[in-house]
Design a protein around this ligand. Sequence first.
Ligand SMILES: Cc1ncc(COP(=O)(O)O)c(C=O)c1O
Length: 376
Amino acid sequence: MDTTKRYPFLDLALANAPYMDELKAAACEVIERGRYLHSTQTELLEQEIAATCEARHCVSVSNGLDALRLILRAYKELGILNDGDEVIVPANTYVASVLAISDNGLVPVLCDPREDTMNLDSNLLESLITPRTRAIMPVHLYGTPCWDETLMRVAREHDLRIIEDNAQAIGALSDVAGMNGTCVTGGLGDAAGISFYPTKNLGALGDGGAVVTNDDTLAATVRALANYGSDRRYHNIYQGYNCRLDEIQAAMLRVKLRHLDQENATRAAVARAYADHIDNPRVKAPVIFDGMKQTWHQFVVRVEDRDAFRAYLEANGVGTDIHYATPAHRQPCYQGLEHVALPMTERLADEVVSLPIAHPITPGDAIAIAGIINRF
Ligand SMILES: Cc1ncc(COP(=O)(O)O)c(C=O)c1O
């Protein structure tokens, strides 16, 4: 009999199991009430997400990509961005950040990351600025805040909008206060997009997303664009989209939002256990930054001999994943960008491995997995 304990990379049914009774009750309430779109649950979720991100407005939308697309499209409708304008975005991100830019007729300018944070390197920003640069989209990748004085200074000096991709970091805290005086990711820049994709720390049971901002005009424009471009019923001021979040997903998210702090705290304890016990010179653990609160959406180690490492872990019952093996500039849809020099992005893409971190993984499991890793 195989007695090896298994640690699946992520099993969403197990991850949601602690909330099952609450989720079922909330879903039943929506079904019985008979209002399935734009009603109480979405309204309350918007208030609660705005409060979480310390922002004045939240507009719930269909998914995280649409959240970012809508922000950029709204800036175009408001005359702040125009076709062909450049937006600086980290090359080391999920492709959705880049898609939101190119989909709007804007030009993504890819920035290499820092090795320690794996996030956009703000010291490279000045070298990427041209007369067409209008915005920066920092991504709080894996739940590590991407925010520093240099980023803020460059944005201020060049009059650039900052649009946070907060898809992976709801509940994270930067150690540097933002433009708006807050240090909660999602409230730091001019606007932020959030994803509620099921694997996220605050994951729906389907697709979902949100835009948060302190800008009244931007919020109203995003809200109209996400609702066919209408500012009131049957009155279309923009050629908009249907990007609604439905009431059932809003209800699911409201249940899980009540547990988000605990979810993030458990992930932080697991991350600490991994970092304290991984002791293999072939495996580089991610940095735990003092002063910041990272949400540990992923716990990403780096290994040169990645294929052998993953096969070894799989054989020892540990599931892994890669976020992300092929960066945007190497994707077939971005032909022409493949020659941009992004050495750190390429190195990370070749070496990163994500370890199990979501519920039901405990700090004790992380210590056991670290033991397996140390024997590699
Ligand atoms: C960094 C980042 N940006 C954007 C997105 C897009 O979010 P969604 O999958 O909800 O469209 C995701 C998640 O998939 C993401 O990880």
